[in-house]
Write a protein that binds this ligand. Structure first.
Ligand code: AMP
Length: 191
């Protein structure tokens, strides 16, 4: 199986690139942000609980997102592999993911970390906010908080995957096509 963690700060292009990568490599896209937004739209109890955190740019509790991923892994037991987008975001999530995959006899193949400058992230998020109407992309304070939460709580996972020899830095500046090519070159080296 090819199991990729597509890593990077909010606005790095994880969603955009995942959509292309799943076609090329025949993988299942698992985005905890997308799943949470789906729950929110359906006004489920989980969605309404998650909204409190999402509106502020804070992380939803680990137990909630780990449970969501476990369900999705079980629902896709015949998959050729997965792209994890926006997950894991904490070391508890990373450890839980390793354990869930181990139970299925597989593991993470690589963590591809998109590197993008701060001002470019903010610009991309504000543009996406205008186009999509996503509330957390329209407020500069919330955007800055999401980047801060990423730097404090999520970026340290680079060390976690580096220690396993799985961390790959990928240039995330440039056009969508250029970034896609950068990602594919890295994947083709390990696949
Ligand atoms: P994203 O679409 O990945 O930018 O996620 C949007 C929001 O959903 C985040 O700001 C968090 O509030 C929440 N979220 C998404 N994925 C996770 C996760 N793995 N752990 C905790 N919160 C998450």
């Amino acid at each position: 199986m090819l199991n990729l963690v597509l890593f990077g700060p909010p606005g790095a292009g994880k969603g955009t690139q995942s959509a292309r990568l799943i076609d090329k490599y025949n993988l299942i896209h698992l985005s905890t942000g997308d799943i949470l937004r789906g729950e929110l739209k359906a006004e489920s109890p989980l969605g309404l609980e998650a909204k409190k955190y999402m509106d502020k740019g804070e992380l939803v509790p680990d137990s909630v997102v780990i449970g969501m991923i476990e369900i999705k892994l079980d629902q896709n037991s015949d998959a050729k592999g997965f792209i994890f987008d926006g997950f894991p975001r904490t070391s508890a999530q990373a450890k839980a993911l390793d354990e869930l995959l181990e139970k299925k006899g597989t593991s993470i193949s690589a963590m591809l970390s998109l590197e993008v400058e701060h001002d470019e992230l903010v610009n991309r998020l504000l543009n996406r906010g205008k186009e999509s109407g996503r509330a957390d992309d329209q407020n500069t304070e919330v955007i800055e908080n999401r980047i801060k939460v990423y730097n404090n709580e999520t970026a340290p996972l680079i060390n976690y995957y580096d220690a396993q020899g799985k961390y790959i830095a990928v240039k995330g500046m440039g056009s969508i096509d250029e970034i896609f090519d950068n990602l594919c070159s890295s994947i083709d080296e390990i696949a």
